[in-house]
Design a protein around this ligand. Structure first.
Ligand code: FES
Length: 448
């Protein structure tokens, strides 16, 4: 199982860190956020190296559905009511600018990455009230948005919210081109960060500015991101023969699906669940049944899954890692909106590191105040972490490994859809031999 992006793009290999070195900035993680941040820092005259534990784009960038949007589910109505118009405008502006910035870079550098401007829609089959409110909130802060009754979807809808001039692209093609602009060391896993020293198994990089862009931050304290985020998985099938649609769609109902074309192929997504809470499995099967029902003539060409970091209030954490580490920076918690947020993060972090004004930074600050909703989320997150709410159904062969997560000891759960051991607390994942796939854990499971 692999995404259509990995099948179509081969990224050139880079050497490992050749030994100790110094730079002005070091970025941990060579996904879209890490590469873009390194690029803008370099443009600002700051010598920067990127350290990647595996290969460029081998993390979540290869698993995205690659919609570049300022439409992020139902967010503007909630943001307006919670944070007011100034913060809501800043959030919208950062993401709208991100779409333009991608287009500018792609044109300037003539990157062949299937970039297409297209509308993005939220839809519901059940009710239109939330959609109408979202459209009104978006319009109130200056985003072009409209509530409409019709859609291109192959079923009836109660309504849609349309954001015109959004975009989609092939993320690894873009990443491969941008990675050529910066210095990246692959197969260089960061083991420890101590002040200005980033220690790896291949040497140590000493830098004034350290940027954590590795999906889930690898340092637990300070920052405490493990307590402020959980991870979610979702599934995608790629379908040929499913017709065409211009827009990208995302359902707001409980079992809502996402739809997005990549040339002649439809990417149908759904089945979201908290990582570590999929004991009965069947997520791909559900998507396949839906595909057959909606598009009887289609056939599947690929399937894959994605892992997203979810924050307590839906807003990513971008900015200084902790008040105790003023030269450490973080970009995480992008939810399902990693493309526009990666660009927004790169611009915000570059502005902060170079001492420029950035009106968008406040809304993303990792040190923002907790809202009532955030506190509720924090408490329910803690309940998972303290008790572990799973059923602990493990396959017979699990006897070979100690089924406790090496991050903080939570009991692992078996995910039959992907044949992995997943942690319900903060979302670390391991293959059937107990080898680490996704952090925040930094090591494999212990073996018996
Ligand atoms: Fe934190 Fe498993 S990811 S305990």
């Amino acid at each position: 199982m692999g995404s259509i992006w990995t099948a179509e793009t081969k990224i050139r290999r880079r050497e490992s860190l050749p030994g100790d070195m110094e730079a002005e900035a070091v970025v941990i993680g060579a996904g879209l956020t890490g590469i873009l941040t390194a690029y803008y820092l370099k443009m600002a005259g700051i010598s920067t190296v990127v350290l990647e534990a595996d290969r460029i784009g081998s993390g979540q960038t290869k698993n995205t559905t690659a919609k570049i949007t300022s439409q992020h589910n139902l967010i503007y109505d909630w943001l307006l009511q919670t944070y007011g118009s100034r913060m809501t405008f800043a959030y919208a502006n950062a993401n709208e600018n991100a779409i333009d910035e991608y287009e500018k870079l792609i044109q300037e550098k003539k990157i062949d990455c299937d970039f297409v401007r297209c509308p993005a829609f939220l839809y519901s089959q059940k009710e239109d009230k939330l959609l109408r409110r979202e459209a009104e909130a978006a319009e109130a802060i200056g985003i072009e948005a409209s509530f409409e009754k019709d859609s291109e979807l192959p079923f009836a809808v109660a309504g849609v919210v349309r954001f015109p001039q959004q975009a989609r692209f092939a993320p690894l093609k873009f990443l491969e081109a941008m990675a050529q602009e910066v210095t990246v060391y692959e197969q260089t896993k960061v083991l420890k960060v101590n002040g200005k020293r980033v220690e790896t198994g291949k040497g140590c990089v000493t830098a004034k500015h350290i940027i954590f862009a590795s999906h889930f931050p690898l340092i637990n304290v300070p920052g405490y991101y493990f307590a402020r985020m959980y991870q979610q998985r979702s599934y995608v099938v790629a379908l040929e023969g499913a017709g065409r649609m211009e827009g990208m769609y995302m359902g707001i109902d409980r079992d809502g699906l996402s739809f997005r074309m990549q040339e002649e192929v439809l990417l149908l997504g759904g089945g979201s669940h908290r990582t570590g809470v999929n004991q009965t499995g069947g997520q791909y099967e559900k998507l396949r049944r839906k595909a057959q029902e909606l598009y009887p003539d289609c056939h599947e060409t690929a399937c894959w899954s994605a892992q997203d970091c979810m924050t307590l209030d839906q807003i990513p954490y971008i900015g200084r890692y902790s008040s105790r580490k003023p030269d450490w920076y973080v970009a995480t918690g992008f939810g399902k909106w990693g493309m526009s947020t990666a660009m927004a993060a790169a611009k915000i972090l570059t502005a902060q590191i170079t001492g420029q004004q950035c009106p968008e930074a406040a809304v993303f600050s990792p040190r923002r105040h907790l809202t009532g909703k955030s506190v509720k989320e924090l408490l329910s997150n803690s309940v998972y972490a303290v008790k572990g709410l799973g059923k602990h159904l493990l396959p017979a062969e699990s006897g070979r490994i100690v089924p406790n997560c090496p991050h903080m000891g939570c009991r692992l759960e078996w995910n039959p859809d992907e044949e992995t051991y997943d942690c319900p607390c903060h979302g670390s994942r391991f293959d059937r031999e107990g080898r680490l796939i996704d952090g925040p854990a930094q090591t494999d499971c212990r073996r018996r």
